[in-house]
Design a protein around this ligand. Structure first.
Ligand code: GLA
Length: 677
């Protein structure tokens, strides 16, 4: 059987290209211009009606389908397929007025008012009833509409309302806890409630971790995160089941936020969708935002089990929600889009088709800007549409990661709870540093959870595993024992899945596999650094490590410069079973991580996608007949790379060298008989 995304791209005739289409913001005269310009830009798929609930259901018992009827027919008549959204992310004002208790409540007890989106409590029965009725009506009306290619459930689950602390949520939390722990005693044990006299004798005594006098119970906080993610996941599963029952032949997706969002477990939502879709926006403050882009693309592919996925939203230029919304440079959108394509996207969509005149996002870029078709953005958008059409043979091909980088929402939640040795220790920063070290070497990796099947990977990198469940610890131990290579970042292997410290010396879950004991955590003050013997400066975090069988690969300097861990191991290596495990006992800077990973990769027989100068990003998609090499030039110089194959998308290949202009992207269809293939 085909993967559902393959059916979608076959129907579209290639790579999905388009964006969120919100015709309700415009008079109908504009709709005709929209479809004409969509055709001109090569758009073949649009996401319709994400925030259209108040139009579709203007009163509690009145449905008005006139807009959807006309727009879907119009799009179909112009050959544009529809990714139809269940508009449940923005309940209308009448709903909130009727059900004031369905509004979410903050940890400090403030009940939020209507006036934005996702103004609902994830556990509200009134919301569930209204949303389910709406989804049922929508699916019944359009489930077999010829324009319909894909269902888009909700929008970015949990973006604004994941954590609700109202009484309804409290009730639902108690039920969730009873299901998980069965008895209050088991819960007391899991949460360590004998600390600060928090022992519960009755489920009714348990509240969400609302604002309180001092630090909250970490087990309670962690479970509240899990519960909150599950509450929204239940909504997702319910909507999905309704759509599937009424419209069984149309695949279903939802736009997951990747590392943009900590509040819900992205893997869980991806697993409950027929195909994986994600949103990505460049962090404007990061001069190397393209590395964040690559990381998120590799996470999307990890969520998709290595199969192609859809980039449901990115921007043609500036967003409107960062402190300074930097415009993209000429050529940057193409570079961004083609990098997502290189890393396995079979769909490249934007927020949004036409830039709004009014409302909170009118200063957010779009495919069709306020100024219309005259400016740079439109020219780039339509050129990109044509280019993607010329690259349609790439659809369905796959990227194979040599390395697994472990990424886990539960660990993210736990690591950043209150009262840790250093509040400066950020999960995403740790992940980014290790990822960047691989990125700069053009080593392809998949971001996967620690419980994933690791057998396809020649090496595994765990930037941080503060929390590691028994099963996941076993997975890693077995992986190394059977001959795998594992590199682990500091402050890892310490607590179980209830945030309880593992006994017997740190890092309890990884002591044996790493062959060491961490005697003491030695975080550094802001601005302080400790030097390794080779002069490398380590910031934020050091540890005192005692070898128990491991070899010391590098050390902290045995002088005052060495900081609190002076003279001790900074990087260790340990043979375990048939494999090897490395440990970084500090927040090593990217160049030091690269040195460590270079050794790991050499031992694992992993080579870069191509040999290229710094700033040239290379990724390969592999198909049954051909492979496709993507070369993305982030420098201001022309770069040439040895290739064997034909240039696509305007790529010049001369004497076996692909020419990649400054800021440009080259695509090469590789010759399968070539040794480079
Ligand atoms: C998110 C949402 C969109 C829009 C964009 C703006 O991704 O899904 O509706 O708000 O952000 O960047």
């Amino acid at each position: 059987m085909n993967h559902p995304l393959a059916d979608v791209t076959r129907r579209l005739g290639g790579i999905a290209y388009g964006g969120d289409y919100n015709p309700e913001q415009w008079p109908r005269e504009v709709w005709r211009e929209d479809v004409r310009l969509m055709r001109e830009a090569g758009v073949n798929l649009v996401t319709v009606g994400v925030f259209s609930w108040s139009r579709i259901q203007p009163r509690p018992s009145t449905y008005d389908w006139s807009l959807h009827d006309e727009v879907l027919d119009l799009l179909h008549a112009h050959g544009i397929a529809v990714d139809l959204a269940t508009p449940t992310a923005a309940p209308p004002p009448w709903f909130t007025r009727r059900h004031p208790d369905a509004r979410p409540v903050t940890a400090s007890g403030t009940r939020l008012v209507h006036g934005s989106r996702q103004v609902f409590c994830p556990s509200s029965p009134a919301y569930a009833e209204a949303a389910d009725a709406l989804v049922t009506e929508l699916a019944t009306r359009y489930g077999d509409h010829p324009a319909l290619a894909l269902w888009h459930v909700h929008n970015e689950w949990g973006n604004h309302n994941a954590l609700c602390y109202c009484d309804t949520s409290a009730e639902a939390f108690r039920a969730w806890l009873q299901e998980r722990y069965k008895t209050p005693d088991a819960l007391n044990d899991a949460w360590g409630t004998d600390f600060w006299s928090q022992r519960y004798g009755d489920w009714a005594e348990i509240d969400p971790p609302r604002d309180t006098t001092a630090f909250r119970n970490p087990g309670q906080e962690l479970d509240y995160r899990r519960f909150s993610s599950d509450a929204l996941l239940t909504r997702h599963i319910t909507e999905t089941a309704l759509l599937r029952r009424i419209s069984p032949d149309v695949p279903i997706t939802t736009n997951v936020m990747g590392t943009l969002e900590k509040k819900v477990d992205g893997y869980a939502f991806a697993a409950q969708s027929d195909l994986v879709a994600v949103d990505h926006y460049l962090p404007a403050a990061d001069p190397d935002g393209h590395i964040d882009l690559a990381l998120n693309a590799d996470l999307a592919r990890g969520m998709a089990g290595g199969r192609p996925w859809v980039l449901m939203e990115h921007s043609t230029s500036a967003v409107n929600w960062q402190p300074v919304n930097v415009a993209k440079k000429p050529g940057e959108t193409r570079r961004n889009s083609l990098t997502h394509l290189a890393r396995g996207a079979d769909g490249l969509m934007f927020f949004q088709w036409r830039q709004s005149r009014a409302g909170a996002e009118k200063w957010h870029s779009a495919m069709l800007p306020h100024g219309g078709t005259d400016g740079r953005i439109w020219k780039e958008v339509s050129a990109l549409g044509a280019e993607l059409a010329s690259l349609k043979e790439v659809t369905g091909t796959r990227v194979h990661g040599d390395v697994a980088v472990l990424f886990d929402w539960h660990n993210w939640w736990a690591l950043e709870l209150q009262a840790r040795p250093s509040s400066a220790f950020s999960y995403l920063d740790a992940v980014r540093d290790w990822y960047e070290a691989l990125w700069t070497m053009n080593i392809t990796c998949d971001l996967v959870p620690p419980g994933a099947d690791l057998t396809p990977y020649r090496a595994v990198v765990a930037p941080n595993l503060y929390l590691l469940s028994d099963d996941d610890a076993d997975n890693l131990t077995q992986y190394v024992h059977r001959g795998g290579r594992l590199a682990v970042g500091c402050f890892s292997g310490l607590v179980d899945d209830c945030d309880r410290v593992r006994p017997g010396g740190h890092p309890g879950a990884l002591r044996d596999v790493l062959g060491l004991v961490v005697d003491e955590f030695l975080p550094l003050r802001t601005g302080e650094h400790a030097r390794l013997a080779d002069g490398t400066a380590v910031e934020q975090w050091t540890e005192r490590v005692e070898p128990r069988g491991c070899t010391t690969v590098s050390r902290y300097a045995d002088t005052a410069d060495g900081g609190p861990a002076r003279g001790g191991p900074a990087v260790t290596r340990h043979g375990f079973g048939d494999g090897t495990a490395w440990y970084a006992a500090g927040r090593l800077p990217v160049p030091a991580l690269r040195e460590l990973l270079r050794t790991v990769c050499r031992q694992a027989g992993i080579t870069p996608v191509v040999e290229a100068p710094p700033g040239l990003e290379a990724v390969r998609r592999v198909g049954d007949r051909h492979s496709y090499l993507f070369l993305v030039n982030h420098t201001e110089e022309t770069v040439t790379v040895s290739v064997a194959g034909a240039g696509l998308a305007g790529t010049e290949v001369t004497d076996g060298r692909a020419v990649v202009p400054p800021g440009g992207v080259a695509v090469v269809r590789e010759d399968p008989s070539s040794p480079l293939y």
